[in-house]
Design a protein around this ligand. Structure first.
Ligand code: ZN
Length: 60
């Protein structure tokens, strides 16, 4: 898990346990942003591959 070492400022418990609403929302936010950055990275990689393939096709 990405947030098991984080301590909540509201309940002073580990965020991964989700003791209060702040923990739960923070945990959800972390996971959502993590998933978003992965898809963004995949999209950038795919765009680069397409660009390289296009350049190779036009140059030769
Ligand atoms: Zn909390």
């Amino acid at each position: 898990m990405c947030c098991e070492h984080l301590i909540c400022a509201n309940c002073a418990g580990p965020v991964s346990e989700g003791r209060c609403s702040v923990c739960r929302s923070h945990k959800e936010q972390m996971h959502r942003s993590g998933a978003m950055s992965f898809s963004t990275m995949a999209a950038i990689l795919l765009t680069m591959l397409v660009a390289v393939a296009f350049l190779t096709a036009t140059l030769h």
